[in-house]
Design a protein around this ligand. Structure first.
Ligand SMILES: C[S@@+](CC[C@H](N)C(=O)[O-])C[C@H]1O[C@@H](n2cnc3c(N)ncnc32)[C@H](O)[C@@H]1O
Length: 215
């Protein structure tokens, strides 16, 4: 399958997709596992929440979110990679209220219902700016009034001012869209779409951020 955005690094395919969780665990020496559990706890999921997971990946995050919802709540992952969808289904098969759908998040789409939360984790930075704006619009449209958009991703920073231990891997691994993403003011941009009441938590010497915004 060819990539929609050839310069992007978030359209993960083949072996990288198949071993995505293990690669993250090994590359971070186990730190990622602790971090993602903490970030998902900080989402403050309520038992009856309905949650959309944009670019849901292997289902690892959905499985962590599932622990906080009751049978009245539900999680729907939107994903395009066959390898990821297969893993998501396998991981979450015992939970009837956790599902995944083959759906692009970068083009306009509409779902039958509105959701309490839209979560997007390490996906957003990997798209061209105009496409990121489409994703914000899609998130806004998918939320109930008062619903929350929750973005886990890089924080905003000037790359050349970050310490070398971060800058070198960041510049080596990430794509040009990520370099542009980190230097934009996302609260200001998200406000243009109607998002408000921003709150954030920072991690790993402020290089990562959990950003919440209300619709
Ligand atoms: C870096 S991974 C992150 C996966 C997951 N959110 C996580 O935090 O583990 C990016 C994911 O976004 C998915 N993705 C990329 N482009 C997408 C698109 N246009 N629509 C939906 N999913 C997409 C990829 O297939 C991949 O699973």
């Amino acid at each position: 399958m060819s990539r929609f955005y050839p310069d992007s690094k978030v359209e993960i395919q083949g072996l990288s997709a198949r071993f995505y969780d293990n690669l993250l665990n090994v590359a971070s020496l186990g730190a990622y596992s602790r971090f993602i559990k903490k970030a998902i706890r900080l989402m403050e999921i309520k038992p009856e929440d309905t949650i959309l997971d944009f670019g849901a990946g292997t289902g690892r995050n959905a499985l962590l979110m599932q622990k906080y919802i009751s049978p009245e709540g539900k999680i729907l992952g939107l994903e395009i990679s066959e390898e990821m969808i297969t893993q998501f289904k396998r991981k979450t098969e015992e939970f009837a209220n956790v599902n995944v759908m083959d759906q692009r998040i970068d083009l306009p789409f509409s779902l039958k219902e509105k959701y309490d939360k839209v979560f997007i984790s390490f996906v957003f930075h990997g798209f061209p700016y105009e496409i990121q704006r489409n994703i914000l619009e899609n998130a806004f449209q998918a939320l109930k009034d008062g619903g929350e958009f929750i973005m886990l991703d890089f924080n905003e920073f000037v790359t050349d001012e970050t310490p070398l231990y971060f800058r070198i891997p960041f510049k080596t691994v990430e794509c040009r869209y990520a370099f542009e993403y980190v230097e934009r003011n996302w609260k200001e941009i998200m406000s243009e779409f109607g998002f408000k009441e921003f709150t954030q938590q920072l991690f790993f010497h402020d290089h990562l951020r959990l950003l919440k915004a209300k619709r």
